[in-house]
Design a protein around this ligand. Sequence first.
Ligand SMILES: Cc1cc2nc3c(=O)[nH]c(=O)nc-3n(C[C@H](O)[C@H](O)[C@H](O)COP(=O)(O)OP(=O)(O)OC[C@H]3O[C@@H](n4cnc5c(N)ncnc54)[C@H](O)[C@@H]3O)c2cc1C
Length: 491
Amino acid sequence: MYASIPSFSSSSLVSRALKPPKPSSHCLSFKTLTLTCTSQTKPKKRATTNAPKPTSKSNRKPSYGTSRRSVLKKTFNQEQVMFSAPVSNDPVVAIIGGGMAGLICALNLEKRGVRSTVFDTGIHGLGGRMGTRIIDPWPLIFDHAAQFFTVNDSRFAELVDCWLEKGLIQEWQGIIGELDVGGLFSPFPSSLRRYVGVNGMRPLADSLLSETCMVNVVRPCWISKLEPFNGMWHLSENGKPCGEFDAIVIAHNGKCANRLLATSGLPLIARQMKRLELSSIWALLAAFEDPLPLPGGAVTSFEGAFVKGVDSVSWMANNTKKLLRSQSSGPHCWTFLSTAAYGKRNKVPQENIPTATAEKVKAGMLEGVEAALGLSKGSLKKPLYTRVQLWGAALPTNTPGIPCIFDPQGRAGICGDWLLGSSIESAALSGMSLANHIADYFQSGGAHPEEFAVGLQNEFQPLEGHDVGQFPGLESEKKQMNEARAYQLAS
Ligand SMILES: Cc1cc2nc3c(=O)[nH]c(=O)nc-3n(C[C@H](O)[C@H](O)[C@H](O)COP(=O)(O)OP(=O)(O)OC[C@H]3O[C@@H](n4cnc5c(N)ncnc54)[C@H](O)[C@@H]3O)c2cc1C
């Protein structure tokens, strides 16, 4: 039943506990200290080197937050960090990013007996692009990035079964389909199972580590520097130390990751990350007092639709129906997602959206909703509540097509959806894969690092189906729908 996503090494997917501790050397050391490493010496040591001492008063720009050109230059000029001593008896991994990939990586490291700390920027919770916004006291509820997920791979299916058993997720059985401009709706066949978090995607992410005992979560925390020192990775947030680790996992992507990696001493990892291209997508959250006037009326009304032929909207979903099934009264909460083209045309810094842009996007997307539903311009009732958000690094548009990347010399890896696709499933499989790979590497004692290099040279290919909703399995549903349509037309 499940098609399998390619894996790069069978051993990386096999769960084995770490071997009994090996005799370790007392001190792990760098084999090669390079130009970059000199300036990467721990801050307190800086005074003894010729490197300029960074101070908050300095008018030089800090390395984190510099221009794109300078980030590029740093990325390509930095030299490789080499950890040469055997790995410690009881290694600890820092995972930077608490989205699906980072969380599953932590979970699988624990299964293999490896401790980890997950750092995440999330103020309201973990999950990254599995965001849910709840506004009390109504309550209004919106999944404002990932909408639902599908299951294709048997390894992910095992996890999903476990989440179902624990009551963390449920099947979304509402009608989903394609909505052509003008209000022409075609439902997908309901053969493919679609899942959602019981109270939204974020609560699912927040529960994933609840039963772990070897995972530490630090949130909100924005790791801004990675410094190799004395055989360990030292992490900090704007100068505040966040601990020392035997290995690091970069479980996020985009501008943040590029800047973090630009001066880390990991040129191979940094180069792969820089090759990644991402789309931008606007999300409009809107609560309406009355139900939206959907084509087909209340009986056949859909709960989710991929919108075709409208420039500003590519997806719309009724979150009240999806997440609050038993609620019979109250506002109707909808999430609308833009097309990538609209996102690109209206791109602004996502952390600082000008009011004029927010208003323009809101108006443009609501007009798009009217067009999609075949309503006359201006006839849609004004929502009670709206909010726009830009996902500046929304979905990958290219991929190396390998489950994870690992640089054994630098004891650093990458996991994330983009390594395999653009879905929750690909993020989970990537996290799983990297965890097993790192555990295998630790188990080897680090004696033959070259055997553990993965994905450092892989070329990227354009990612087909990188739009919202083009997740594993959905294509076959759409195909079935198109076949049914063609049959209807012919008969
Ligand atoms: C609009 C939209 C709709 C989508 N719809 C679907 C869908 O319906 N179904 C589906 O399967 N997929 C969907 N996706 C894709 C899905 O959300 C992603 O594939 C998946 O969530 C990615 O997980 P990840 O762990 O790789 O990355 P992310 O979720 O991006 O996690 C990275 C985390 O790292 C954190 N971080 C970044 N920098 C730092 C730092 N310096 N220090 C600490 N933490 C840091 C971030 O805050 C974030 O929490 C959608 C995505 C978007 C944007």
